[in-house]
Design a protein around this ligand. Structure first.
Ligand code: DI6
Ligand code: FE
Length: 401
């Protein structure tokens, strides 16, 4: 199949200025894994083959730009503890939380981590995800952090998906460094980071009063900068620490969570072009009360992305469409913002310029849906309208009939 045309499609292209970049009765020409032409079907060029999509919606392949999909063990009991009155912070302070996942992850082999992650990954892929970001951060020693990221890369060999990796060594203080924060920071900066070259595409940290301070985060970001690694940050999730301002000063790709972001933080990330990644799954599971400042972000024209934050403790969410729905219902995003947040703005959050839009020259990663309206992707819960998925121009799921 050298070139083919998808015609009679409703295209949510996210190119141009229209809401959704919508092109009704549109066509897309795909050749050699790339989009070669996009426009009204009536003007479509000739192709060797054509598929009539009968008015169905086509979007860019979805991008989940924040996940912790590689981990060992289970934290289901903590859900019970929280509903019996313990808080996330109480559980973390008592050695549960992230550290309990660290224990189980250190005990697992690379192959075991991959095998445990595959069913989670398959759930995401069934809904049109073609690019997934995966963080380390449950190893917290050099060897286990490397194992996690190798397992993450292996997911991209086991399934038809692009994996983007992030080193999150500064996720929690490991038990063996409990009395030696500075020692752990030097381990991260001097030993772990250099070992991540080629293995991690970016560097992240959990900047929070139960995790790492502003000063520690700055130290990490300096070290990342020296190695030429881009940064992003778990910022303003549980409190406001000015973490986003710090991230902006390092030109971070994204600041993630941002429930407690204030105007000063909004102004800083607006200037640095940093994406605000909204993670309503964690907000929902932790029954948080404070929503991210969506109106302020809109006004400052900060690009907003939406992701699952798939993790064992605060967001066991295996559906990007559900995260989009939650972003609408819980945070007040419009369905247009939610879909832009899992396509164009999610690509931005990962620093990827070759995807997230249906436009000439982009990678041909496309999802085809059993609906004609893009707003419907954020509407139902528990119904999967994904009809087909194309990755690098090849049909990898469903059918175009
Ligand atoms: N914030 C989160 O929501 C996850 N990590 C983070 O820094 C939670 C991770 C966990 O509880 O296992
Ligand atoms: Fe996270």
């Amino acid at each position: 199949m050298a070139s083919y045309l998808l015609k009679n499609a409703s295209l949510a292209s996210f190119a141009g200025t229209e809401p959704y970049g919508l092109i009704e009765n549109g066509a897309v020409l795909v050749e050699k894994g790339q989009i070669r032409w996009v426009g009204p079907a009536s003007q479509a060029p000739a192709a060797e083959q054509a598929y009539d999509l009968k008015g169905r919606l086509v979007t860019p392949g979805l991008i989940d730009c924040h996940s912790h999909i590689i981990y060992g063990g289970s934290r289901a009991h903590e859900f019970e503890m929280r509903l019996n009155g313990a808080s996330y912070v109480d559980i973390a302070k008592a050695g549960g939380g992230i550290l309990s996942t660290v224990k189980a992850t250190r005990a697992a082999t690379e192959d075991e981590l991959v095998a445990q992650a595959l069913p989670r990954l398959d759930a995401l892929l069934s809904e049109g995800v073609t690019t997934l970001e995966v963080k380390s951060g449950y190893g917290l020693d050099t060897k286990s952090e490397i194992t996690m990221l190798k397992a993450a890369r292996k997911l991209g060999q086991a399934r038809a998906v692009d994996i983007v990796t992030t080193f999150l060594g500064a996720h929690a203080l490991p038990p063996e460094y409990k009395e030696n924060r500075a020692g752990y920071l030097s381990l991260i900066c001097q030993e772990m980071l250099p070992a991540m070259i080629g293995l991690a595409d970016a560097v992240d940290a959990f900047c929070e009063n139960i995790a790492f301070t502003l000063e520690e985060t700055a130290q990490l970001f300096e070290a990342a900068r020296k190695l030429g690694l881009p940064v992003k940050l778990h910022a303003e999730q549980l409190t406001n620490m000015g973490a986003s301002r710090l991230a902006a000063s390092f030109n971070a790709l994204s600041v993630d969570h941002v429930e407690y972001l204030d105007q000063d933080g909004i102004d800083s990330i607006a200037k640095s072009g940093t994406v605000a990644v909204l993670l309503p799954g964690a907000f929902y599971y932790l029954r948080e009360k404070q929503s991210p400042p969506v109106a302020g972000l809109r006004q400052a024209k900060v690009p907003m992305a939406v992701a699952t934050d798939l993790n064992p403790g605060t967001s066991p969410v295996h559906s990007l469409l559900t995260a989009m729905n939650m972003a609408c219902v819980l945070f007040g995003l419009t369905p247009e913002e939610a879909l832009r947040g899992t396509t164009l703005n999610a690509a931005k959050a990962l620093g990827l310029k070759d995807r997230g839009q249906i436009a000439t020259g982009m990678k041909a990663d496309l999802a085809i849906w059993n609906t004609d309206r893009p707003g419907n992707l954020s509407y139902p819960l528990g119904l999967n309208p994904c009809a087909a998925v194309i990755r690098n121009g090849a049909l990898i799921r469903g059918s175009l009939a």
